[in-house]
Design a protein around this ligand. Sequence first.
Ligand code: SAH
Length: 272
Amino acid sequence: MKPRPGFPARLPSSAPAPTARGKTPVVAHPIPRETKTPVLKPKAVVHVPDRPVAPTGVGMESQAVRAAMVRKIQAQGVTHAGVLAALQAVERHRFVDTALVNQAYEDTSLPIGLGQTISKPGVVARMLELLCQGRSEKLGRVLEIGTGCGYQAALMSHLAREVYSIERLKGLHEKSRENLRWFRLSNLHLLFGDGMVGYAKGAPYAGIIAAAGGNDIPAAWIDQLAVGGRLVAPAVTAAGRQNLVVVDKTATGIVRTELEAVLFVPLKSGVA
Ligand code: SAH
């Protein structure tokens, strides 16, 4: 297991008040710029009266900061209890590089290497809530395209009985395996391959989610969706922008709904 630093006692900066969805694109995956190495703030316990920051104990501290992140996501309109519980349970700081650990609970995407990013938790929560279709019971088998660092896959393992997650970049597939080892999630299966073709062996899926956006939704994904299942993915819409798209496979056909604008990294074919 890769040694991780203790979680730094730095509270996330306060988020702006929630605004109506659909106004400005939600930057889930801005194309990472060449960034200079972030400067780590010296360790210091910041006492904010309304937040239960434990002065001792790394575990408690990260739990409190995560609770603050969950409250902000709730304020953005996410209500699904299972999704909120998963966000509280999964330690996001275990999925980012050491130099970025103290930004792990800010509602922002962060670079994870190879030009990719860990998704913004607010957008991940929104997509997972859509995937759950307002139902409180666990989903059956689900598929994620774009494992990246494995954060969303870990959240999904709390929400579904079986999770398959595919990544096309070998380096990230291996990184996610390493990140996820610590969590021991026996219902999560990591696959290396081109997710454009889905993963037929696990089909049909109760839910499919993509963390990368293409010009359209690949037909294979819709084929591999169960009747009653839902797909949530970013895709370019008629207006030429990338939007969240929900596809429901019903007994009488396919229902496609376009939601707010988003910005995800591109869906690419083949492996590398
Ligand atoms: N789910 C991740 C997000 C990773 S970013 C998280 O929790 O933060 C999106 C990922 O999609 C990138 O790692 C990228 O390499 C991957 N990707 C893009 N096209 C893909 C494809 N065709 N098959 C599988 N993965 C793909």
